[in-house]
Design a protein around this ligand. Sequence first.
Ligand SMILES: Cc1cc2nc3c(=O)[nH]c(=O)nc-3n(C[C@H](O)[C@H](O)[C@H](O)COP(=O)(O)OP(=O)(O)OC[C@H]3O[C@@H](n4cnc5c(N)ncnc54)[C@H](O)[C@@H]3O)c2cc1C
Length: 464
Amino acid sequence: MKEISCKLLVLGAGPGGYVCAIRAGQLGVNTVIVEKAKAGGTCLNVGCIPSKALIHAAEEFHKLRTAASGKSPLGLSLEAPAIDLKRTVAWKDGIVGRLNSGVTGLLKKAGVKAVIGQARFVDGKTVDVETEIGVQRIRAEAIVIATGSAPVALPDLPFGDNVISSTEALALKEVPQTLAVIGGGYIGLELGTAFAKLGSKVTVLEAMDRILPQYDADLSKPVMKRLGELGIEVFTRTAAKRLSADRRGLFAEENGRAFEVPAEKVLVTVGRRPVVEGWGLEEIDLDRSGKFIRIDDQCRTSMRGIHAIGDVTGEPMLAHRAIAQGEMVAEIIAGQKRSWDKRCIPAVCFTDPEIVSAGLSPEEARAAGIEIKIGQFPFQANGRAMTTLAEDGFVRIVARADNHLVLGIQAVGHAVSELSSAFALAIEMGARLEDIAGTIHAHPTQSEAFQEAALKGLGHALHI
Ligand SMILES: Cc1cc2nc3c(=O)[nH]c(=O)nc-3n(C[C@H](O)[C@H](O)[C@H](O)COP(=O)(O)OP(=O)(O)OC[C@H]3O[C@@H](n4cnc5c(N)ncnc54)[C@H](O)[C@@H]3O)c2cc1C
């Protein structure tokens, strides 16, 4: 058996793992990274990037179809447009391929040794990797577990055939005529909306009493309205049961009422689970926090010398959290003093319209016993939003009533994902309403709604 030794071994090359390895390499730490599939993990191969490519293609196609229907308010018209999903998917795969090579190149540039294969702990300092050419044993002073997450399956609707997860949905070669989406969280709604825009008849089944339950109703309402406009039927308090005998339909139950939904494909997006199996957790017996690996504010697990980062460590399961943890842990291993001191992890939902949330919502602030002021500004009163047919939605700022410290910022509207960094920066830097109100925001931009929301919180918005 071949053996190598290193200071740091990273298991999994998703955004958490590969960033950790690159940063460690930059800091001169002798680093090895092991990946069983492709560099970039879920995010780059079957998550964030390919889903946003599909959403963009679907949006472009939908605009063409609107023009072809003679309903374009801009006065555009054209003959019947068509989509060749095989070419769309090939374009998306091209982007993924470029990013794969980019990550591989960055690891190389940072001096990181990459090993392809399934890793498995032998003990707290030793890992065996099943590679194409046999087992490679790696001994390391420190190990970072970054094995990520995988889609949750439903026992009565296991993946296979026409029951698919987001991974298969992103690789379909033809637009299904009918699509049933089980789960009205962000992944189901992002993909459901994209397929509706590509021409599928989409039905969403959600067990809770509303879609996007992690966002408050004011934020999810414009999304709900748009789903209706796109012809997407949404059933809440509804449980998906089983496929029909011809496997072209899905039985569901709402308040004891059974009904059938047409479903050439059934997309199951009921959540993701941490990957805690297949790499030998039983050999090292780490403490857990529910299904996840328990970590402290330096991402240390219950075993000395072993850190864990990213989706395997809990919510929010987002790429930028994994990246920030990866960078921090690399610096800790290189001897720097670091601990998790972030004030917020912004979350974006790439639905139509988009939702952004950073920091505390009004309910969360009130539940923490804080007296708050809320400044909210609608895009209806924003000139740029009018020129881009993007008047639905608003920006909302939650601030302390006493000193106006900004606690949370939320927005729903067209392209508001691009405001997320301004929101996070304001919270991270401890901005007060006066700081945002006193910053000149370029005109005409949607970001002016952010400044106006701060002015509204101070009681003197200018344009409403
Ligand atoms: C459809 C979809 C859309 C998403 N959209 C967004 C978005 O817009 N924004 C966002 O922030 N997040 C999004 N996410 C979530 C995001 O992809 C994850 O939060 C992120 O990828 C987590 O990174 P990670 O490094 O923890 O793990 P992962 O990216 O899951 O990577 C883990 C890696 O470890 C490897 N691995 C596992 N076990 C082993 C082993 N034993 N040996 C070797 N290698 C192993 C896996 O092959 C994988 O490559 C989306 C997810 C999905 C599914």
